[in-house]
Write a protein that binds this ligand. Structure first.
Ligand SMILES: Cc1cc2nc3c(=O)[nH]c(=O)nc-3n(C[C@H](O)[C@H](O)[C@H](O)COP(=O)(O)O)c2cc1C
Ligand code: SF4
Length: 521
């Protein structure tokens, strides 16, 4: 009898030890490597979530920043799994104000593809040449309209940055370094956009001031395709970057030139320029020295800066090559709540105000517009393209693709999946090689679905979708087009005739020759 009791007690322990050993050995799930055995609870809850939610807690569309449905789409796309949903929408369409409706055309010259693989292997290039209008020596047409947004090494772990860069290489898209400089983790072969923040990490002199020679030295030998001067970020505009002390590891301290373990707070404003005039001087100086397209990233608040920029650019001799608009709903590794919630405009409002200023001055063809702010899902991205975005950047969606579970502990250095921490044990669970494939799958699938929606509307490229092609439901059985909501006259939001002709010709093989496969793991 005693023997039997012992066996009954031992069996679960042996079982748990076996599961723990497997969890530590496997490389697919960072969460299980970091939290053997107990990590399975999360997967179990995810699997039976829909059934549980029939009785308790939130529904599929309630959680923020990304709803359960949105995360499920990203996870399934990243894993190369079936990302379809069944039984029809669970959204209360007519009673949800602001819900977007993309309007399909019955007859169109661009025939929608029936192949599941359509566009998956196509790069879906930009409709504009970045730096082309200003004649930059290294102007280029980005291969992908979807790119990885700025996230510094520091806010992200080394393995996460490696996964992002290798994923960008596999997907043929750009990877923005973020303001924490360019580290060895960024050198996995993916094309880069080097970001210059207010602390000038990676491009500063011994007094912390911007140094052009230091910038040239830092980017030498790396596939940097463009330079982005960060003015502000949607989640914390008017505040400099903030890396909490626990995340300032010796490696990060060395790359940034700061003390280990101490909060790293960047200044709120630049010291290398103090107004639009001096900013444009710096833009031209960097562009001349590097040959690269140079742009700015900013959230939108007071419009004075933008009016000034338009007026200076109207003279024609100086100008930015691209403008990245970050919405107030954008993400961050850490920020005061009031800033994330209440400073700077949401993407669509901010973007359209800035775009309108450039459109009225006839300058939209000279600038590549990039949008960011929770638009890493096809229907949200389509709205941005309709409003005049040429490229879109994704940050948190890319984090989800490499394993983030939206635990929202990025500022504590206790990220359970190893994405946003410098803790050795936790980062050890994240396999960069495997996660890079997940990022690439997410971006490829995203482009594929963008292309499908584009074909549904009956045009050759997302950039050719107009503000008449998307309605926003008003929550009271009515709908208004994006044109009505944002007051766009005819022609706004579209590339020039020459750019339209060029991108339509480039897309012809994609729309007629449809083949491809998905990378799996
Ligand atoms: C962890 C994290 C780190 C970030 N670091 C930077 C940064 O260094 N520079 C920057 O301009 N934006 C930074 N951002 C903002 C993103 O680049 C992006 O603009 C914003 O999150 C909106 O995109 P999303 O909604 O796809 O996340 C960061 C965002 C996150 C989540
Ligand atoms: S899992 Fe949580 S802590 Fe880690 S990156 Fe995602 S939101 Fe941040």
């Amino acid at each position: 009898m005693k023997k039997m009791t012992k066996a009954l007690v031992a069996a679960p322990l042996v079982g748990a030890a076996g599961v723990a050993a497997y969890d530590l050995w496997q490389r697919k799930h960072a969460l299980l490597r970091n939290f053997p055995v107990i990590g399975h609870a999360r997967y179990l809850l995810e699997a039976i979530g829909p059934e549980l939610r029939q009785y308790i807690v939130t529904d599929n569309d309630e959680e923020r920043p990304f709803s359960r449905d949105q995360r499920r789409w990203i996870y399934a796309s990243a894993k190369g799994q079936n990302n379809y949903f069944s039984f029809g929408t669970d959204n209360d369409l007519e009673n949800t104000p602001g819900h977007p409706i993309i309007k399909q055309r019955t007859f169109a010259e661009t025939v929608p593809s029936s192949a599941d693989s359509a566009g998956r292997d196509s790069l879906l290039p930009a409709a504009k040449v970045l730096g082309g209008p200003r004649g930059r020596a290294k102007a280029f047409r980005p291969d992908s309209v979807v790119n990885v947004s700025a996230m510094s090494f520091g806010s992200l772990s080394g393995p996460a940055v490696r996964a992002m860069n290798a994923g960008a290489r596999l997907a043929g898209c750009l990877h923005n370094t973020g303001e924490g400089s360019l580290s060895s983790h960024h050198k996995q072969g993916g094309d880069l956009v080097f970001q210059i923040g207010t602390a000038y990490f990676g491009c500063r002199d011994e007094h912390g001031r911007f140094s052009l020679p230091a910038l040239l030295e830092r980017i030498d030998g790396s596939p940097v395709r463009a330079i982005e001067i960060k003015l502000s970020q949607g989640a914390k505009p008017g505040l400099g970057g903030m890396l909490p002390g626990p995340k300032v590891s010796p490696e990060i301290a060395e790359i940034r030139g700061i003390p280990v373990g101490r909060d790293c707070v960047s200044p709120s404003r630049h010291t290398a320029f103090s107004d639009v005039d001096s900013m444009l001087d710096l833009v031209e100086e960097i562009a001349d020295a590097t040959g690269l397209p140079v742009g700015i990233k900013s959230a939108v608040g007071d419009l004075g800066f933008w009016e000034d920029l338009v007026s200076h650019m109207s003279a024609g001799d100086r100008g930015v090559d691209f403008i990245t608009i970050d919405g107030g709903e954008g993400g961050t590794g850490s920020a005061p709540r009031a800033f994330s919630d209440s400073v700077s405009l949401p993407l669509r409002i901010g973007f359209t105000r800035v775009y309108a200023l450039f459109a009225r001055a006839g300058l939209t063809d000279d600038v590549t517009f990039i949008a960011a702010g929770r638009i890493g899902l096809p229907e949200s991205a389509i709205m941005s393209f309709a409003l005049g975005a040429d490229l879109i950047n994704v940050a948190r969606e890319a984090m989800l693709a490499i394993g983030c579970i939206q635990a929202q502990k990025c500022h504590t250095d206790r990220c359970p999946t190893g994405v946003a921490t410098q803790d050795r044990w936790l980062t050890g669970g994240l396999d960069p090689e495997l996660k890079s494939v997940r990022l690439a799958n997410y971006i490829r699938t995203f482009r594929h679905e963008l292309l499908k929606l584009t074909e549904t509307v009956g045009v050759a490229h997302p950039g050719l979708i107009t503000v008449d092609d998307v309605d926003l439901l008003d929550g009271a059985s009515g709908a208004r087009s994006l044109r009505e909501v944002y007051g766009y006259p005819m022609g706004w939001g579209l590339p020039s005739d020459a750019d339209t002709e060029a991108i339509t010709a480039l897309m012809a093989p994609v729309n007629t020759h449809l083949s491809g496969h998905r990378v799996t793991n």
